[in-house]
Structures are given as structure tokens and as C-alpha cells.
Design a protein around this ligand. Structure first.
Ligand code: GKR
Ligand code: MG
Length: 428
């Protein structure tokens, strides 16, 4: 079996004005869809965060990919490793999201090859990752402080006819009451059984107040996790971490870097999780040496694919660490890939993160994937179990061309609201 075509399609999906440590989400979130086609006519799909720079590296991989056997990931990975220089952990950058490019190329190709192999063998991708340990994969409600507005072509308008979660998705949430209202609407719509609050936006005291308000509103049976994206100093993390000991399920990336995380971990009686200080296989010796976290949040887009995330899960099992999943904005191909991973990972210890409720558009046939009782059911059918809706893909591609964004950068978006605002690697 040989790959004979590779298609790279950048798309833009509407995204509301969500706040985070690096500023404000733009009205569109960028993604790149990759399709590999074999000589016998099987198409494999993948989706990565994307940017013009990632698309250029994907383009560069084309000469290695064409002619490769999609059923032999080891051989294709070795050929790619021979072609590209390794990317350092430092290339991740300081933003909440990972800025590396080559890992995304590995991820796209691994996922698309698995989709092809699953279709060729007539089995779901989760079977190729070792087998299905759960048919329904749990996700967590992902809350954001936000400005009023819908995002996308609606920019900062609100639809007065919207109801339920659709209306809540557009409303502002800037204080504890707003966050509790957002949580209630999201939980009512999707049935999530755990909650994550994205922080690093306001003074610690204000964010801790929102967490305490969530705890009073939902009670101890709904676990809460909190992520200020490494914006706090060790001192601030210890001071407020102690205050949150009876509130949180886990504390995600309070401080920056493995040594700082290890210091916080020694001082605060809470499990620490990361998608910022341990983000590649090269970081694992440092994780063991420092003892920087209790839980590693894999993300197949940044660890180099679904096989790589399964390797990470084995490492976590050997070293007694928990494992779960980080998320950025994404569409249904990634949702399917994440769900196959969650279905196949025996030691998945926490509900996965997903930004999915924040989007309303979709590029797969059948429209939005369902989140019910906080879970996504493993898609039926071989491979990833999803197919592209070509009309919707074209629409999302036209949005990409129209919106003019070429990479994610939340700082200029924030400056439109707060003139002169600047990202700081440590703010409090
Ligand atoms: O989308 O604003 C956001 C998040 O802050 C995202 O960029 C992070 O990568 O969700 C992420 C996280 O858990 O750190
Ligand atoms: Mg995080």
C-alpha cells in the first residue's frame, strides 16, 4: 500500500473572545486538515492546530510522505526523523499553547496513517492502539473568563434569539457569578461531571474566588481543576495553592518550568498537572529528576501523534504518574482522534480537556459530534470513523482566506480591548 496524494487545507473556525494568560482569542481559531490518499483509493484524515508556518513544514514533508506505506508508521517516522532536524523543547515557547511545528507534522501523519490502516483492516483506530478499554470517553467542562461576543463572522455581536448554552457561550463571564452561570449552562447542555477553569487572566484572589464559587455551586462531587498557565511565581503558587487544597482535583501549571513546579509540588498538598513544563520525550528525564508533576496532560498534536501519546501513557504507568489530555480549539477530526486515544488508554486517570463546546461549526459529515453525560462515544466504523463534509471544509477554508490570520497570536487581540497590554511570562 502506498500514499500517492497529500492535501493540506488550512481552515478557520469561529471562536468567541476567550481570555487567557497570553491575551484574548481572535474571532477565528486556525486548524489545518491533512488528507493522505493511497493508490488503492483509501483516504486518511488528520487535523492539527496549524498556522502558515506549520503548513509550510507539512508541505516540506510531502516528498518523504509520497510513496510511503501508511501501515508502517515506524518506517515513515524514521524517514521523517532523517529529514527534519529535531525540535528543541524550548521551541515550545512561553505561551499557553505549544509553538512547535515539526511535532504537529508527525502528529498529522501518524493520525492520517492510522485512519488509513483502520479502514484497510476494517477496525477502529483504538484497536490499532492496543484495544478498546472504554466505549465512552469522559471529557471535562472547560470554562473561560470571557468578554461578551460570539466570535467568527458575528465578531463581537450577540445573537438576541440564542437560548441555552448557545446564549451562555456568547455572554460575558468576568467574575465569579459569570463563571458559575457559564458552568451551569455548559454542564446542563453536555452533562460534564468535572470542570476546568482557565486562569492566568485576573489577580489570583479574583480567580480563587471564582473557584470557590464553583465549589459552592456544584459541591465536592464535581471535581474542579484550574490552570493559570504558569503565570504565577513559586511564592504566589504556594500561597494560593494552599488556599485551594480543599477545592481542587488538580492544579495545572501554576508556575513555569520543572524546578519551579517541583518546589510548588513539595509545598502544596495538591496533585500538579502539566502541559507546559513536560511536553516532550526529551523532558521526561527532567520530570523524574525534579519530580515536577503528578499528571502529564498528553496532547497527540504536540507529542507527535497517537502512538507517541500511548508511549507517554506507558511511561506514566511505569513512574506512577497520572495521564490525561490537554486541548486547544479543534474540530471533529481531532475530537475523533482524541476519543480513540481516550478509548484505548488503559491508565487514563482523568476526564480529557476539550474546547469543543466553544465552537459551533463543523467540517465532518453529520455535523457536531455529541457530548452526552460528559462523554463522547467512540465513533462507529473503521479508522477514525469520521468523514469530511466537503462543502463545510470549503466554507471553513474560505473563512481562513477571508480572516487573514496566519498564526495564533492573542496579544494584539487583547490590545484591541486593553491598549498597551503585554504578555508576561510571570505576572503574579
Ligand atoms: O485556548 O486560551 C486557550 C488555552 O489557554 C490554551 O491555549 C492552552 O493551550 O488549553 C490550554 C492549556 O491547558 O494550557
Ligand atoms: Mg494547561
Amino acid at each position: 500500500m502506498r500514499i500517492v496524494e497529500m492535501h493540506i487545507t488550512p481552515i478557520a473556525l469561529g471562536d468567541p473572545p476567550l481570555l487567557n494568560a497570553a491575551g484574548l482569542h481572535a474571532p477565528y481559531a486556525l486548524r489545518t486538515v491533512v488528507e493522505l490518499v493511497t493508490a488503492c483509493g483509501i483516504t486518511g484524515l488528520a487535523e492539527v492546530p496549524g498556522s502558515a508556518a506549520v503548513d509550510a513544514v507539512l508541505e516540506e514533508a510531502r516528498e518523504v510522505v509520497l510513496g510511503a506505506d501508511p501501515r508502517n508508521w515506524h518506517a515513515l517516522r524514521a524517514a521523517l526523523e532523517g529529514h527534519f532536524k529535531p525540535e528543541s523543547s524550548a521551541a515550545r515557547g512561553d505561551a499557553p499553547w505549544d509553538q512547535r511545528k515539526i511535532v504537529q507534522v508527525f502528529s498529522a501523519l501518524d493520525v492520517a496513517c492510522l485512519d488509513i490502516a483502520g479502514k484497510a483492516y476494517g477496525v477502529p483506530v483504538a484497536n490499532l492502539l492496543g484495544g478498546i478499554v472504554r466505549e465512552r470517553v469522559p471529557y471535562s467542562a472547560y470554562l473561560f473568563f470571557k468578554y461578551e461576543g460570539a466570535g467568527g463572522s458575528l465578531a463581537f455581536d450577540v445573537d438576541p434569539g440564542a437560548t441555552g448554552w448557545d446564549a451562555a457561550r456568547q455572554r460575558a463571564a468576568l467574575d465569579p457569578e459569570g463563571i458559575v452561570a457559564q458552568a451551569k449552562a455548559m454542564v446542563a447542555e453536555f452533562g460534564f461531571r468535572s470542570i476546568k477553569l482557565k486562569g492566568g487572566v485576573f489577580e489570583p484572589e479574583q480567580e480563587v474566588a471564582a473557584l470557590k464559587a464553583l465549589r459552592s455551586a456544584f459541591g465536592p462531587e464535581v471535581p474542579i481543576r484550574y490552570d493559570p498557565n504558569a503565570l504565577w511565581s513559586v511564592e504566589t503558587s504556594v500561597r494560593w495553592g494552599r488556599e485551594l487544597e480543599s477545592v481542587l482535583e488538580y492544579f495545572e501549571d501554576p508556575a513555569r518550568g520543572q524546578p519551579a513546579m517541583a518546589e510548588v509540588r513539595r509545598a502544596v498538598k495538591l496533585p500538579l498537572a502539566t502541559n507546559m513544563c513536560t511536553t516532550s520525550f526529551a523532558d521526561l528525564p527532567g520530570s523524574v529528576k525534579h519530580g515536577s508533576e503528578d499528571i502529564i496532560l498528553t496532547d497527540h498534536h504536540y507529542w507527535g501523534g497517537l502512538h507517541a501519546s500511548m508511549e507517554l501513557a506507558s511511561f506514566c504507568r511505569s513512574f506512577g504518574l497520572g495521564v490525561s489530555m490537554h486541548s486547544n480549539n479543534h474540530a471533529g477530526i481531532s475530537m475523533a482522534a482524541m476519543t480513540h486515544l481516550g478509548a484505548a488508554m488503559p491508565n487514563l486517570s482523568y476526564a480529557l480537556d476539550t474546547h469543543y463546546p466553544w465552537q459551533w461549526e463543523e467540517i465532518i459529515k453529520g455535523g457536531r459530534m455529541k457530548i452526552e453525560d460528559g462523554c463522547v462515544a467512540l465513533p462507529k466504523g473503521p479508522g477514525l470513523g469520521v468523514e469530511l463534509d466537503r462543502t463545510a471544509l470549503e466554507h471553513a477554508h474560505q473563512n481562513y482566506l477571508r480572516c487573514g490570520l496566519k498564526e495564533r497570536d492573542d496579544e494584539p487581540e487583547m490590545q484591541k480591548k486593553v491598549p498597551g497590554w503585554k504578555f508576561k511570562a510571570t505576572r503574579w
